[in-house]
Design a protein around this ligand. Structure first.
Ligand SMILES: C[C@H]1O[C@H](OP(=O)(O)OP(=O)(O)OC[C@H]2O[C@@H](n3cnc4c(=O)[nH]c(N)nc43)[C@H](O)[C@@H]2O)[C@@H](O)[C@@H](O)C1=O
Length: 409
């Protein structure tokens, strides 16, 4: 399918992913319409300015909670394809504002589909579902036993251990109101295919990052602080749970994946999008420091005397039946040889230029956590998907972004 002269409507166009997607589609010749909430301050969304497309996206003001406004937007855009990316997407906010999260992500999603249905258009509609839907993924017998001791049960019980890499058939064990809201959104999408024959397709995107990623997400939290440390604007790196493992992709790989799903995805179906690797938050910090110019010799916890020599040594051996790039430290953590706890208080990173403190901040820990995510992307690969970027490409783009003083927060 050629995108040339196709009408595309993107909800969440001023967000991180929405703006990259809009730029990509404009470059392909599409007419891109973007749904945007009315801004009281009249300021131009930074992401659209940074992508250089502010004058090229046709912005339509409408709120996901306003059905009439959405119906007007559909009339105006007459979309061949809709990408529904707008959401309350920050997991910690969903813990403090669950109802707001449900309103925007579930009711808002239902409203959008209703607007399309009542208007009788027949676009392909792609939904930004999330790997968060999988939630409590079991990666080893040890972890299973720990989880069972903590919660009393694991429901549904795993049919295999490890449950990674995660395929589309994995159980959904949501660990946040955000995850529940995305499951709900996804199921409305799928149901509208079965009930009304609408061409709805679900992407379950694993974490995707790059220059301009929201400042509150961990990859920006890390790279922002690393650059601040480099320029003497801070004397430590503050962080929450460094044991979490994520499948981090470059935003452009996922943007291409969204387009592929619109072109070739099967209506009513669900597709993972990710990189088929998994790395820890701790490694993200160490690799960022390394790319910013420090040579890392060892790490040592501030309390409890846990030491790892050469933690960033590259290990591309097979784990969970997949060969992927990780650090020596990632492997040790995945094999339960080492775990960081809040009682460790933090980690000293020993480098060629002295010790850097990485301090654990109790306020950044979540009431319930997704321990590990790693996508099995074989289903979308059959449509032609390929994750082109390495983890270090993402880190490089983010460090370059924070090199500019005006982007550091
Ligand atoms: C696919 C999915 O991806 C994103 O959700 P997320 O995985 O929650 O992303 P995040 O970057 O906020 O956290 C990743 C991990 O990092 C840990 N972590 C440690 N220390 C800090 C910290 O200081 N800040 C944050 N934010 N996280 C921290 C934190 O505990 C968690 O385990 C959203 O785009 C979501 O919309 C989405 O759909």
């Amino acid at each position: 399918m050629s995108w040339n002269d196709r009408n595309v409507l993107i909800t969440g166009v001023s967000g991180f992913v929405g703006s990259y997607l809009a730029k990509y589609l404009i470059d392909q010749g599409a007419n891109v319409y973007g749904l945007i909430r009315r801004r009281a301050d009249g300021r131009i969304p930074k992401n659209l300015v940074d992508r250089g497309i502010y004058n090229e996206v046709k912005l339509i003001e409408a709120d996901l909670l306003d059905l009439a406004g959405l119906a007007n937007a559909i009339d105006e855009a007459q979309p061949d394809v809709i990408f529904h990316l707008a959401a309350q997407s920050f997991v910690p906010r969903s813990f403090t504002h669950p109802l707001e999260t449900f309103q925007i992500n579930t009711l808002g999603t239902a409203n959008l589909l209703e607007a399309v249905r009542v208007k009788d258009y027949d676009p392909t509609i792609v939904f930004a579902g999330s790997s968060e839907e999988y939630g409590l993924v079991i990666s080893s017998e040890e972890q299973y036993n720990r989880v069972k001791a903590k919660y009393g049960h694991v429901s549904p019980e795993p049919e295999r251990i490890p449950e990674v890499p995660i395929n589309e058939g994995n159980p959904l064990r949501p660990m946040s109101p955000y995850a529940v809201s995305k499951i709900h959104g996804e199921y409305i999408f799928r149901n509208y295919y079965y009930t009304y024959g609408m061409k709805t397709i679900v992407s379950r995107g694993f974490n995707h990052e790059g220059a301009g990623r929201g400042i509150m997400f961990v990859t920006s939290v890390v790279t922002n602080q690393v650059m601040k440390y480099k320029f003497g604007e801070t004397d430590k790196i503050l962080i929450g749970n460094v044991n979490a493992f994520r499948d981090w992709s470059h935003v452009m790989d996922i943007v291409r994946g969204y387009c592929l799903l619109a072109e070739k995805g099967r209506p009513g179906d669900v597709y993972n999008q990710g990189s088929m690797r998994t790395n820890s938050v701790m490694s993200y910090i160490l690799l960022s420091l390394e790319q910013a110019g420090w040579k890392i010799e060892k790490i040592e916890t501030m309390k409890n005397n846990k030491v790892v020599e050469n933690p960033t040594e590259i290990d591309d051996s097979e784990m969970f039946g997949v060969k992927f790039e990780k650090t020596k430290l990632d492997r040790m953590m995945l094999e339960n040889e080492i775990e960081f706890t809040i009682e460790d208080e933090g980690v000293w990173v020993h480098t060629d230029k002295g010790k850097i403190p990485v301090v654990f901040d109790p306020n950044r820990f979540r009431p319930s956590e997704v321990p590990i995510l790693m996508a099995d992307t074989r289903k979308i690969q059959k449509l032609g998907f390929k994750a082109e970027h390495r983890l270090t490409d993402i880190i490089r783009d983010q460090l370059n972004y924070f090199l500019r003083p005006e982007n550091r927060v």
